[in-house]
Design a protein around this ligand. Structure first.
Ligand SMILES: Nc1ncnc2c1ncn2[C@@H]1O[C@H](COP(=O)(O)OP(=O)(O)OP(=O)(O)O)[C@@H](O)[C@H]1O
Ligand SMILES: [Mg+2]
Length: 288
């Protein structure tokens, strides 16, 4: 159990990146969803004990993880957003190096590294220097190092950035398999990244927890608040000013607009089945 209580982070210069953020986590995947600058990386860095909060507490199995970080560090796998790699090392060498830092050695280390290489589909590149890896390959090595040593807590900050659609799907499947019995925290600003895998979604905005719910609960909350309408191109600007538009597509019969609002607002609008994208947009509308 990971208990995060009233975490606040004020950076030098005055930006309040986290504002009394509280959440309690058990096993499963938490999708941390929020726009750029919402405070996702700040929260994750604090949980990974590489950044100290201004105030608030983090408890792991009842113990203060900020005062005594050794215990949480032992069970932690972390992929930072700005993950740097050592260009001269090969994929295998790099994972072995980090595995040793995590306390693995000998046959156990070799077996873990081997397993991770296959897990992230890098077998063919494993003995090549990281300097020659593409962005997506680097990201996959980053995911592999986070999972080394079977961590109880996995924190991955925007792990799907740079992955192609096929690898995204692979990664999602990997996460769902991994989630059993451990805490996985995944940040993203892309709804579809968490839609299929997250047990719960925490929406963060301006350092505050806006909502925490299952995807199903978010969808249920949006029911009756999503509409679609076909308008002329000249009506579009006005509509965009009065409602939160979730999608626009131009077709032969006019502009098809999807929006969230409490009432249909405009003649001809009909209720639509909410998607998680709509539900997320609604949380932003309600928080604003
Ligand atoms: N080292 C720092 N010094 C000063 N301000 C910072 C620092 N790091 C982050 N901030 C500010 O804190 C706020 C939250 O940033 P953070 O990186 O946590 O957001 P994020 O949700 O991870 O955003 P992104 O989606 O862009 O990764 C932003 O306003 C950012 O400019
Ligand atoms: Mg970030």
């Amino acid at each position: 159990m990971l208990q995060i209580e009233r975490l606040t982070k004020r950076y030098a210069g005055g930006t309040v990146a986290l504002d009394q953020f509280s959440i309690e986590l058990g096993p499963g995947v938490l999708g941390l969803l929020g726009p750029n600058g919402a405070g996702k990386t700040t929260l994750m860095s604090i949980l990974a004990t590489v950044l100290r909060p201004t105030s608030g507490s983090v408890r792991w199995k009842g113990n203060d993880a900020l005062e005594n970080p050794a215990e949480i560090r032992r069970v932690l796998g972390y992929l930072p957003q700005d993950f740097g790699v050592y260009d001269r090392l090969t994929g295998v060498e790099f994972l072995q190096y980090l595995g040793r830092l995590k306390g693995l050695s000998g046959r156990g280390l070799r077996a873990s590294v081997d397993e991770m290489i296959d897990l992230v589909n890098l077998r063919n590149a494993a003995s090549r220097p990281l300097g020659g890896y593409s962005g997506g390959m680097r990201q996959r090595i980053g995911i592999a190092q986070a999972l080394l040593g079977n961590p109880e807590i996995v924190i991955v900050d925007e792990p799907t950035v740079g992955l192609d659609p096929e690898e995204r799907v692979r990664f999602r499947n990997l996460l769902s398999e991994l989630a059993h019995g451990r805490i996985v925290i995944l940040s993203t600003h892309i709804v579809s990244d968490v839609e299929a895998v997250a047990d719960r979604i925490a929406v963060i905005r301006k350092g505050k927890l806006v909502r925490i719910a299952t995807p199903g609960e978010l969808l249920a909350h949006a029911a009756g608040r999503v509409f679609r309408v076909v308008v002329g191109a000249e009506q579009l600007p006005q509509l965009q000013q009065s409602v939160a538009v979730s999608s626009i597509s131009r077709k032969a019969d006019g502009v098809h607009v999807r929006f969230v609002a409490d009432t249909p607002r405009i003649g001809g609008a009909v209720e639509a089945e909410p998607t998680l994208e709509d539900a997320y947009l609604l949380t932003n509308v309600e928080a604003a």
